[in-house]
Each structure stands twice: as structure tokens, then as C-alpha cells.
Design a protein around this ligand. Structure first.
Ligand SMILES: [Zn+2]
Length: 332
């Protein structure tokens, strides 16, 4: 006999009830003045899940509820569905639960490591040009408020370099709206970086550090490589994508910030390296095609590293993590 509670179809206050096997394989339900015989085939019994109370859903909408899981299993007997036995067995095993959790972690990692970069590449290539320009303009605004200052380069020198840049980008016809911006930056020092929509920023400090325009062309070619690969946009999308994914996987906004702050650094360190190699490859191919010695690129890259007070081989901070200079250039 299984003891429990009976709720009538109106779900008014429950009354103490018992359920036991009766004549002809049927169940005998007794609750207060209710006394009835039930056909087990006509009444759905909820699955056994841990110690959650079981419910027998009666055809008329009433319910019988019990915490006596073993008693209920005995009553259901051989009629217990294989499915619920399987689910119950799974839920009892912590090993399976832990393995499932590990599976979620591994799948999440794979999505972050491989899925997001692919997704961000796709998204970056399908983003409307207008949005691309808006993001580029806003990124520059943020930088202007923080690390960048107005240029002090002579207008004549700026015109000269803009002409050089136009000469480099005009034949490309790759859909990007290339624009060279001059800024001074005591924080970033000798630096250049590409923003979404084809904006390339070069610092006064870098212009002064270069010993020839060919060195500047080498750096600009590297940045054009970043623009063509839409690298900065992809990094931005990846950064946002991880946060979104974290909310989906963890379903908990509180724990998201920790993961979101760590994951992009972990993943992008590798990816920005891939981006750097891609941009370096473009720069070296461009120099060769323009008949400029590849050593120009090595020279400026090594000098940039030294100026930052870093030993050769240390990472120059361009806005993103770069591979060690020794990996990219021959520094003497
Ligand atoms: Zn770069």
C-alpha cells in the first residue's frame, strides 16, 4: 500500500490517500469519501527523478501524489517503462553527471576556440558596410578620448604620407574605404593599428622613429593586411560572442563576468597571433611586389620593440597581443 495525498480536479486542499493493487490488476484509490478503481493503463505516472514526489495523473484531472518512490515502483511493477528506468539510473549516477558537465565544458571550449572565430569571420564579412563604418568611427572616438591626442606632424608631412598611403590602397579595389589618420600618443608610443571599416591610425612617434618612408610603407602594408582580413572587427565580435555564449551555457549572469573576462584573452592570444602572421604575410608580399627590401619591415619592427624598452623578442603592444618580434622579424 502506498500512502500519499489526493488532489481533486479543482486542486482544492489535498486529503490523505492510499493507493494499492486491487482486483483484476487495477489500482484501488482511497481518499476520504473518494473510493475508486483505476486502470493503470489509463493513468499516467510521473517518472522517478531522485526523491521528487511521484504523481499519478487521473483521467478526470485529479492527482495522487506520494513520496514513497519504492512503493510506487513496486505498484507499477513490471509495467515500469524502460525509458524512466534508464533516466532514473542515469540520474542516480554522479559519474555520469560529472562526465556530462565535463562534456559541456569541452564543447564550450571547442565552440569558443573554433566556432566563434569561424562565426566572427562570417559575421565580419556579412556585416553591412554602414555598420562597419559606424563601429570604426566609434572605436576611433573612444581612442581619441583615451589614448590618442591630436597630431603635431607638419601638414606638409601629413600630405606626403597620405599621398603615399593613397598610392598603396587605390589599386586594391577590395571594397574597403581606406583612410589614414594621424595621432600623437604618449601612451602607445611608436605605433600603428587598423580599425574596422579601413581606418588606419599612425602615431607621430612612429613617423619620427622611421628612418625612411619605405619603413613606414612596410608598417602600413601590415595594417592594410589587417583591414583586408577584417581582423579588428573579428576580435570585437569574438569578444562579444564569448559573453553571449557564456550566458547561454551557464545560464547565470553572475558567473559570466569571470568567464567572459578570461576566455577572450585565452582564445584571442592565439588568434591575434594568426592575424599577425596573416598581416605580416601580406606586408612582405606587398614589399616584394613594390621592389622594397623585406629588411625594411624587420628594421622598423625591431626598432619599435627596442623603443618600448622591451628586449628584442618581447611583445610590442599594438592594441592587440602580437607574437614576439623574434618570431616575426630578424633583429640584429
Ligand atoms: Zn598587427
Amino acid at each position: 500500500m502506498v500512502h500519499g495525498r489526493y488532489f481533486d480536479a479543482q486542486k482544492s486542499a489535498p486529503v490523505a490517500a492510499t493507493l494499492q493493487s486491487g482486483a483484476g490488476g487495477r489500482w484501488h484509490l482511497h481518499a476520504g469519501d473518494v473510493d475508486m478503481l483505476l486502470d493503470p493503463q489509463q493513468n499516467r505516472v510521473s517518472d522517478r527523478i531522485g526523491s521528487i514526489p511521484r504523481r499519478v495523473h487521473l483521467a478526470d484531472g485529479a492527482e495522487f501524489e506520494t513520496r514513497d518512490n519504492d512503493g510506487m515502483d513496486a505498484l507499477v511493477g513490471g509495467a515500469i517503462r524502460p525509458h524512466s528506468r534508464f533516466v532514473n539510473a542515469l540520474e542516480r549516477q554522479w559519474g555520469v553527471a560529472v562526465a556530462a558537465l565535463a562534456g559541456v565544458v569541452v564543447v564550450s571550449f571547442l565552440i569558443v576556440r573554433y566556432g566563434l572565430p569561424a562565426l566572427s569571420g562570417w559575421a565580419a564579412n556579412h556585416l553591412p558596410a554602414r555598420t562597419d563604418r559606424l563601429i570604426g568611427a566609434q572605436t576611433l572616438q573612444v581612442l581619441d578620448r583615451t589614448v590618442l591626442r591630436p597630431t603635431r606632424l607638419h601638414p606638409w608631412r601629413r600630405t606626403q604620407l597620405t599621398d603615399l598611403f593613397t598610392h598603396m590602397t587605390a589599386p586594391l579595389q577590395d571594397g574597403h574605404q581606406y583612410r589614414l589618420e594621424f595621432r600623437r600618443s604618449p601612451v602607445l608610443g611608436p605605433n600603428a593599428f587598423a580599425l574596422p571599416s579601413g581606418i588606419i591610425v599612425i602615431t607621430d612617434e612612429l613617423v619620427q622613429l622611421a628612418t625612411s618612408d619605405e619603413e613606414l610603407e612596410a608598417v602600413l602594408a601590415h595594417e592594410i593586411g589587417h583591414v583586408r582580413g577584417r581582423h579588428s572587427l573579428r576580435m570585437l565580435i569574438q569578444g562579444a560572442g564569448v559573453s553571449v555564449l557564456a550566458v547561454v551555457v551557464l545560464g547565470d549572469v553572475g558567473s559570466v563576468s569571470a568567464l567572459a573576462s578570461a576566455a577572450p584573452a585565452l582564445v584571442q592570444a592565439k588568434h591575434s597571433r594568426d592575424f599577425e602572421r596573416e598581416a605580416d604575410g601580406y606586408a612582405r608580399a606587398w614589399l616584394q611586389q613594390a621592389g622594397i627590401a623585406g629588411t625594411r619591415f624587420d628594421d622598423i619592427l625591431c626598432r619599435m620593440t627596442r623603443t618600448r624598452g622591451g628586449k628584442a623578442g618581447e611583445v610590442p603592444v599594438f592594441l592587440s597581443s602580437h607574437p614576439g618580434t623574434t618570431e616575426r622579424a630578424n633583429c640584429k
